[in-house]
Design a protein around this ligand. Structure first.
Ligand code: ATP
Length: 300
């Protein structure tokens, strides 16, 4: 298990992470989210043992985490920095040996991953000759090569096309199934929603939302209704508890304060013609994020 206990990190006078606590169990995928500068990378550095918290602690299997855990951790940092003048094979031998791996094992695993990511022909190519997306695959492979127990992925999907995103997701799911702990950050919240059970949303170093995605969505009372048909948006806006009505090209989105308001909206919609869709949905994680983090910023 990974335990982050009341971790605080200061850079001079700046509090980058403020008394943050969470646990990740084997086989769990944990999402660390937040706006730019919220403290995600700093938290990752503490988790990897690269930064010592100013206060609090990070425990890996009950012990303080540090460089001695390097063989059990795989990480992909946000800056896509790779040694670009050497070949894929040379790079992987370098990273693998930093993690005490035998060259023979590194090369066997490299063949497996190059095959799985469909880039076998790049093995002896220089990194700089690869496209951005393929460099990202190589960076991902360098995080996986030691079969880590803890996988730390800072924005793993940024810049990937949907097919490669799916490929990365499948690999992460495989690691989850074998009991790996995965912590990742992403700005693509809709994706996070379907991908991980537990999340923390950081704002200026503090957790503003935390817990199971399903509970967060349940606790957030606001809902939205999708309507397709001939409705009068001005009349909809006047219903008490309706706080937003958006007329999109092919549907109308009505945002309501709580589920009870849906009955009022439905009573009106029943009087309209040509209604082909009426769906009440929970707010998406992305909407909750904008609402909570946006409002927090207004209060400051
Ligand atoms: P992003 O999504 O933009 O990558 P982040 O959530 O990863 O942001 P951090 O990089 O952890 O955020 O930064 C948190 C805060 O700490 C920011 O205000 C940042 O300017 C500051 N910070 C980060 N690294 C340092 C450093 N080495 N020295 C001083 N301040 C730093």
């Amino acid at each position: 298990m990974l335990e982050v206990k009341q971790a605080k990190m200061m850079y001079g006078d700046l509090v980058a992470v403020d008394h943050l606590s969470f646990n990740i169990k084997p086989g769990e995928i944990f999402g660390l989210l937040g706006t730019n500068g919220a403290g995600k990378t700093t938290t990752f550095r503490m988790i990897m043992g690269l930064l010592e918290p100013t206060e609090g602690e990070v425990l890996f299997e009950g012990q303080n985490i540090g460089y001695h855990n390097v063989n059990e951790i795989g990480y992909m940092i946000e800056e896509r920095s790779l040694l670009t003048k050497i070949t894929v094979k040379e790079l992987m031998l370098f990273f693998g040996q930093l993690k005490d791996m035998e060259p023979k094992v590194i090369l066997e695993r490299l063949d497996y991953w190059l095959n799985r990511f469909d880039i076998v022909s790049y093995k002896d190519k220089k990194i700089k000759e690869l496209s951005k997306g393929n460099q990202q695959k190589i960076q991902f492979i360098s995080a996986l090569i030691n079969n880590p127990k803890l996988l730390v992925l800072d924005e793993p999907f940024s810049g990937l096309d949907p097919i490669n995103t799916e490929l990365f997701v499948e690999v992460i799911r495989d690691f989850q199934e074998r009991g790996c702990m995965v912590v990742f950050s992403s700005h693509q919240l809709d994706h996070v929603e379907s991908f991980c059970e537990q999340i923390i949303i950081l704002e200026k170093g503090k957790a503003v939302i935390e817990g199971k995605v399903s509970d967060i969505k349940k606790d957030f009372k606001k809902h939205k209704i999708r309507i397709v048909g001939d409705v009068d948006t001005a009349l909809l806006s006047q219903i008490p508890g309706v706080y937003d009505v958006v007329n999109n090209a092919n549907e109308i989105i009505v945002r309501i304060e709580n589920e009870d308001v849906a009955a009022e909206v439905f009573a009106y919609v029943k009087t309209c013609n040509h209604i082909s869709k009426y769906d009440v949905e929970q707010a998406s994680l992305s909407e909750i994020f904008v609402e909570k983090v946006g409002r927090k910023n207004e209060e400051v």
